[in-house]
Ligand binder design. Sequence first.
Ligand code: 5AD
Ligand code: SF4
Length: 484
Amino acid sequence: MEKENKIMLPENEAERQLQYIELVKERISALSESAGRPLTACVVTFGCQMNARDSEKLSGILEKVGYILTDSEEADFVIYNTCTVRDNANQRVYGRLGALNHLKKQNPHMKIALCGCMMQETEVIEKIKKSYSFVDLIFGTHNLFKFAELLYAMFENERMVIDIWKDTDKIVENLPVERKYKFKSGINIMFGCNNFCSYCIVPYVRGRERSRQPKEIIHEIDELVKDGVVEVMLLGQNVNSYGKNLEEPITFAELLREVEKIEGLKRIRFMTSHPKDLSDELIQVMKESKKICRHLHLPLQSGSNRILKAMNRRYTREQYLELVQKIKREIPDIAITTDIIVGFPGETLEDVEQTIDMVKQVEYDNAFTFIYSKRTGTPAASMENQVSQEVVKEGFDKLLKIVQDTAREQVKKLQGQVKDALVEEVNEHDSSLLTGRLSNNTIVHFPGEASLIGKIVPVKLLECKGFYYLGEMTDFKVEEESYI
Ligand code: 5AD
Ligand code: SF4
C-alpha cells in the first residue's frame, strides 16, 4: 500500500517552502549527529549580479536548514549556480565538476547540486546525465524558490533529481536570504528579458520579463535598511522597462523616486540599462537625486550601425551618442561604463574601428569587452558569416588597448579631489588599508580601521594607480557634492 503523505502543506508558496525547510532541517540534524560534526555547504557563483543575488537566496535556505556555510568545496553540500552567457563559463563548470567528483568519492555525505542559466539548456542536462551522473540535484532559473522542497526531494531519492521549468510567471516573495555583505545588497526588481538581442541566450534561459510589485520591493529594502544596509543595487536585465507589464504600470523612474524616500538608505545603484529604453524622466530623477550613484552602465555592444542592426539592439550609434551627451549635460560628474562584443557574425575590422571611435567619443570610465560566443538557439548562431579567430583577436586587442587608455584617463580626472567612499572591506593584499567605493564606482584604498566597514567616509584621492586610487581619509566635508 502506498505510504500516506503525512505532510500537510500550506497553499501559500513561501509558507510551503518554510515547511520544507523544517523537514530538511530534521534530516540535516540527523545526518550531522551520525557524522558527529556539523555539516557544511558551499555555494559557488558563476556570472552576473543576478546570479550573485540568487546565490544569497540559496545560502539563506542552506543556513536555515542547518548547514554551516563555507567557501571551501570540500563541503557536505556543494552547489554551482551556473552562467551560460558565454561558452567559457560552461567549460569552467564542466572542468570543476570533474574535481568535485574526486572530493565526493572521499566524503560519503557529500551531495552535489547544479542550478542557474546553464541548466535551462536541454543539451547541458543530457550531457550531465550521461557524463556526470554523480550529481544529485539539478534545477533551473524559474524554480529557485523551490530550493527547500528540492533539497527534500534530493534526500528522499537515491537517484539524480532534475526539475527544470521552461518558463514561469511566478514571483515568490519573503524567502530567507543570507547576504554576503552586511551593508549592501542586490534587490531583484524584475526577472527575465524580452529584448532578444540576436547573440544573447538570456531571454531563453531567464524567460519573459516579469516585474515585482513596487510595494514588495520597497518593503524588502525597508527591511534591509533596518538590518544595516546603506546601499542597494536594483537588479534587472533591462531595468528601464521595469513596471511596464504590471497591472498598475509604473516607470523605473517612479520606482526610484519611491526608493529614494526610504529613510536610512544612503546609496542607490541599478543594473542594467538598455539604451533604447532610457527615458528623460530617468535622467531627471538621477539628476535630482541625493542617493542615486553617479554611475550608469549602458551597454553599447557595437559602434557599427550595421552590426547593431544585426544584433537587434534597436538603436543607432548616433542615437546612443545623443543619449550619452544628454546624460553628461544633465549630470556632468557621471561615470559611464559599458559592455562591448567583438567578433559578432559579419563584423569586419572596419566595424571594430567604428566601435573604437565610439569609445573615444563617449570616454567610458570602464568597458567590459567580450569575444563573441556562439550560443545554440540564438539567431546569431545560425548566421553564416562567423568571424575567424585571427580577425577577432586583432580587433579585440586593438579595442582593449583603447578601452584601457580611455578608462585610465577618465579615472585620473579625480586626482586630488575629496570624495565620499563607502568602506567595503579590508584590503586583500595589505591589511593596513581599507577598500572603499566612490559614488561613481571608482575604487580607493586608504589606511583605516576595519570598524569603518559599512560606513561612508570622505577620502582624498591622492594617487591614481590606473584604474583605482590610493587615498587618505580626511575631515574635509564633501560640500560640492549633492549626493553621497
Ligand atoms: N557572446 C559574447 N558576449 C555576450 N554577451 C551576451 N551574450 C554574449 C555572447 N553570445 C555580453 C553582452 C552583455 C554582457 C552581459 O554579456 O555584452 O551585455
Ligand atoms: Fe541579452 Fe539583450 Fe536581454 Fe541584455 S537586453 S539580457 S543582451 S537579450
